[in-house]
Design a protein around this ligand. Structure first.
Ligand code: ADP
Ligand code: MG
Length: 262
């Protein structure tokens, strides 16, 4: 970290072992000529191997928040710590380094590179880290197996269904064995059946590989799969609304939404 100074250590936290910690995070944007908070005072922690979901309607700030948590964007105020490292301490290159080593990101629209085969897409993060995919051949093969895409390894993305593309992108997010996986509406572009399979796979991945997963969604069925469900409204978390002890019945999530009147 280029700007790291011993006296800039973040204060000791009660959640020192957390894989992700947001501390009073804000993100301002100019809307109709006025500075408006799109993310407002968001604080929460995610523990290793936890599967949490954030439920919020379209426009509530889910993607903006997830980009801040991934270090793809910087908070206007507040801090984001990933495995104890403060993303605000360094420059863009420092944030990119944390991202590459510690975070897997799953996008709604997959973001696979169209000219690379499935296995080349999956191993790209290893090559970006300067590691030889061949050295990790066995692990990559079991990852493709776990995601049910081994038989597709030499295909181009254009020859895959949406569900297959998302499973490939989950394999890519996991290939560097990150402790944290962030998923932005991963079923938003899938049929209901393919979406259900993807959510079940994410739970499976957490159980087998121990990665912490934070999934944001406007879909109550997806949200219900979390060990915890947090609710985001107008850029703010509703801490009193949080559901704990999941996975839940989707009716539980609907019921809480009704109580919240959002
Ligand atoms: N670059 C931007 N400039 C101004 N407003 C933005 C920008 N990006 C997003 N917003 C606004 O911020 C709010 C939250 O957006 P977003 O994080 O994409 O929500 P979600 O992912 O929950 O649908 C929306 O009202 C959106 O219009
Ligand atoms: Mg979004």
């Amino acid at each position: 970290m280029s700007t790291a100074e011993p006296d800039q250590e973040p204060p000791a936290s009660p959640d020192a072992g957390a894989v992700l910690e947001a501390r009073s995070v804000f993100r301002m944007r100019t809307v109709d000529g006025r500075q408006t908070p799109i993310v407002r005072d968001v604080s929460f922690t995610l523990q290793p191997a936890e599967f949490a979901t954030i439920m919020g309607p379209s426009g509530s700030g889910k993607s903006t928040l997830l980009h801040l948590l991934a270090g793809l964007d910087r908070p206007s105020a507040g801090q984001v710590l990933v495995a104890g490292e403060d993303l605000g301490r360094g420059d863009e290159e420092d944030r990119a380094a944390v991202r590459r080593r510690r975070i897997g990101f799953i996008f709604q629209f997959f973001h696979l590179l169209p000219d690379l085969s499935v296995v080349e897409n999956v191993t790209l993060p290893l090559r970006i880290l300067g590691q030889s995919p061949r050295k990790h051949e066995g692990r990559v093969a079991s990852l493709l197996d776990l995601l049910g895409v081994s038989h597709l390894r030499d295909r181009l993305p254009s020859a895959l269904s949406g569900g297959e593309m998302q499973r490939v992108s989950i394999a890519r997010a996991l290939v560097t064995q990150p402790p944290l996986v962030l998923a932005d509406e991963p079923t938003g572009n899938l049929s209901s059946k393919a979406g259900e399979e993807v959510i079940a796979l994410l739970r499976d991945v957490r159980d087998r590989l121990g990665a912490a997963i934070l999934l944001v969604t406007h879909n109550p069925r997806d949200a219900a799969a979390g060990d915890r469900v947090l609710f985001l409204h107008d850029g703010a978390l509703l801490p009193h609304a949080e559901l704990k002890g999941g996975p839940f019945d989707v009716a539980d999530v609907f019921h809480r939404l009704q109580e919240l009147g959002v």
